[in-house]
Design a protein around this ligand. Sequence first.
Ligand SMILES: [Zn+2]
Length: 280
Amino acid sequence: MPELPEVETVKRTLNELIKGKQIENVTVRLPRIIQRPDDTQAFAHMLAGHSVVHVERRGKFLRFVFDGLVMVSHLRMEGRYGLFQGDELLDKHTHVIFHFTDGTELRYTDVRQFGTMHLFQPGEDLLLKPLSKLGQEPLDPSFTVERFKEIVSGKNTKIKPLLLNQEYVVGIGNIYVDEALHRAGIHPEVSAKALTEEQLNKLHHAIVATLTEAVNAGGSSVKSYVNGQGESGSYQQQLLIYGRKDQPCATCGTLIEKSVVGGRGTHICPSCQPLAAAVK
Ligand SMILES: [Zn+2]
């Protein structure tokens, strides 16, 4: 699933590609992608005639801001956008097509069919699901170390599932949580309330640094993720721990282990991230 760096990259690419374009009409080939309104014909009808002001990101969601409407889109496992000429061959997994007045088309393709789109009046989208319950943006200047400590402190939850909970901090998924915990030398199963002041400082820094570096590299393409222009990000080459089971840790040479924490596959260097230190 794309995480903050991948969605941020898609957002930036979409802004280069579709800003200012006006929708002539919309074709929905798989109704279940459209979550709001209930009626897919109403979805298409509402969008016709509106122009793209810009595209924003909130957590792992894209916000398409039109003149007078907002569309919230989640790519889930394998959703992707691409800009095509209207006469280019359609992929069988293309489910929603935004036809622009200049003859180009923004196509939403999703092999797994888990992606969602919600259409709102401006301002409504931040007050209603799915955006209303989202927590802190980790790359916003408001994500200070003090703010991070407020979020984490006293919680009797393992740190990894806490960081994956989008109601606390948004945009971090299974790849970047493993990377950030490794960089901070923290075992994913340590209870949040057991973290020392020094560990919290390290973890805050590790989260911001990992996400910033990944954004700068255009995200990771660990599975089949590509950005809105069909280019792969390159951060997977810099991953220190994710997907590196049985390979030596870059810091200490110990073999990286994979286990399951909170139902998620989890990569740990047992020597850099000792659990004993965590449970004291
Ligand atoms: Zn190590």
